[in-house]
Design a protein around this ligand. Sequence first.
Ligand code: 5AD
Ligand code: SF4
Length: 436
Amino acid sequence: MNYYIKTYGCQMNVHESEKIANILVELGYQECTDMSTADIIVFNTCCIRGTAEDKIKAHIGEVKHIKKANPNLIVAVCGCMSQQEGVAQSLLNRFPFINIVLGTTNLHLLKERIAQVKNSKRYANTDYCHHAELESYRTSTPNGWVNIIYGCNNYCTYCIVPHVRGREQSRQEDNIVDEVTQLLENGYKEITLLGQNVNSYGKDLNDGSSFAGLLNRLAELPYRYRLRFITSHPKDLSDEVIDAIARHDNICKSIHLPVQSGSTDILRRMNRRYTREDYIALVDRIRASIPNVGITSDIMVGFPNETEQDFFDTLDLVNRVRFSSLFCFIYSRRKGTPAYSMDNQVSIEVKRDRIKRLITTQNIITNQVSQEYHGKVYEILVEDRNDKYDNTYCGRTDCGRLVNFGCDTDLIGQFVNVRIRKSASATLWGDLVMDG
Ligand code: 5AD
Ligand code: SF4
């Protein structure tokens, strides 16, 4: 029996697909790469922007002919899209071949539902549950993903995430430490802690747990490894966390710190709870404490009421802060969020024009920042082969830069030194530096 999982969206979903895979492997399924040979297809969905949802619905529609050829095929849809109000039912109505719909906190039901589907019923479960501790079927060595907190309490006015992922739920610190220790025992060399807002970790546990405390405890585990985390909300990044990163060599000097806009007025309308000046001061504090830190960010253009002046403020912030890379998005209206019904929505033409200008501005900076690496030696964790070129491997620097280099032997999972020779946009190219 074969399984095929199609994953959309963020790293949280990539990791959740590892949990889905584990359930399927325990049931005796094996992964296949051709959807048409699958006995079960799982869509692990995202709904952060309308474009993501449209694409997913089109892909689900394509399964119709596979089901025709194989009436025993089981089709399941889970993740953020299915958790939106009314969507589970509308998916079942629109796609009669879907057997199972599960919300973001219902994955633990998958095993039972698969057994029940065999009696030809259809199921939808989207009631919020406490997150179960589920095992993962991992294929991402040398990097392991570890959830530390689920959900988000921030309610930024554009964002659907708190509506589909629910309130913040931190995992018990001991469970996290046990999972990380197990991964390190099994040879993993990099751990990425995951949460919509990792800086809120522990607040809901009321037992003194905090993100800084967790970082310190994990960084002191007696293994040679690197620790990363995503994502940080600027309003919650504490001095204790900055200290923890600065103090431990094995905590990567890389912070993803979404700013969203460079205009204080737009930030207020977004309910981000910091100003443009707060953000710039925070970046200055981080850079003063952590030399060579790589700061990356997310920005969206075309939020309701965004004027040309607001957009200039965003470009100005980008030029001042000089992110090492930037994810740029067009604001997408999400039903059920406050911004959906705000006046002065921005036209798609203006949004497209602004995102182009934003990308052009950042590209110049990315190239300049990349050139600063030329001629210097960096420690890289070798992650994978670069399939486009012969005898070429890739990995990341501590500050998150992707580096390609040539090598005859498979060094995946090892730390090596590479001297940077050239760059193409955010990607660096270099040569192995042998010890001694
Ligand atoms: N439209 C466009 N981008 C969005 N994001 C979140 N919600 C929306 C939306 N409605 C972006 C934010 C966030 C990233 C993960 O996705 O920039 O940081
Ligand atoms: Fe969405 Fe804001 Fe929460 Fe991030 S912090 S998930 S943007 S509500």
